[in-house]
Design a protein around this ligand. Structure first.
Ligand SMILES: [Zn+2]
Length: 224
């Protein structure tokens, strides 16, 4: 069996989860076959550990990583790198990346993890996760506030303005897919935050999901 340790991943790995080096092994099967085969043991090659997928690797083991190497090409034009949080609702285009569903965008680091989550979602349900919102400018937040009142945070305070939130279609935050998201989303750093739960500190918004660690780092306000 060819050791997966022969494989290394370029950082940021989720930009393009591409095998950049695979040492040839005499008489061994092609790397593609190896990566598609069941993992021989639940260990994580050190070279794979320095990725934004790290939590997923620890939680779900080599199987997920192996499948990632074969099937993923998430956010191919997205750097995944953000050096400054910028200003809420005024993020420069350079830190925004497209999500799979136009016209939605989010901050680059959030997007690469979302693509990984969506890849897993597609494997489970045969289609992309359905979105209804992503990053919002101040003007877009103000327009939403005018329309939805207390269900929309004041402009400048929404985590949508930081590019760290998405809203999910009702078809996907409920039922079987909703239960799947509750379980798997946190593996990729995404969750419906406690304030948005029924009885939480904010409005009940089961559709609103956030990139939790980045939001915590901002210590920003909360809200749809
Ligand atoms: Zn939202």
């Amino acid at each position: 069996m060819v050791a997966i340790a022969a494989t290394t991943i370029a950082y940021p790995a989720l930009q393009r989860l591409t095998v950049v080096e695979a040492a040839p092994v005499a008489a061994g099967p092609p790397v593609s076959e190896v990566l598609g085969a069941p993992a021989p043991e639940p260990t994580v090659p050190e070279a794979l550990a320095v990725t934004l997928d790290q939590v997923a690797i620890e939680r779900r083991g080599v199987e997920l990583v192996s499948r990632s190497l074969v099937t993923r090409d998430p956010a191919p034009t997205c750097s995944g790198v953000v050096t400054s949080p910028g200003r809420n609702g005024r993020l420069p285009a350079s830190v925004l990346c497209d999500l799979w569903q136009a016209p939605y965008q989010d901050r680059a680091d959030a997007v690469v993890t979302l693509f990984a989550l969506n890849d897993d979602f597609r494997a489970a349900f045969g289609r992309d996760l359905c979105l209804t919102s992503g990053y919002r400018t101040l003007e877009q937040q103000a327009a939403l506030r005018a329309k939805k009142g207390g269900l929309a945070a004041p402009p400048g305070t929404s985590n949508h303005g930081w590019g760290l939130a998405i809203d999910i279609c009702e078809s996907d935050y409920t039922g079987e897919r909703g239960r799947w998201l509750d379980e798997v989303g946190p593996v990729y750093g995404w969750a419906n935050p406690p304030w948005a739960h029924r009885g939480g500190a904010g409005p009940y918004e089961p559709w609103h999901w956030e990139f939790t660690d980045a939001v915590a780092a901002l210590e920003s306000g909360t809200g749809e």
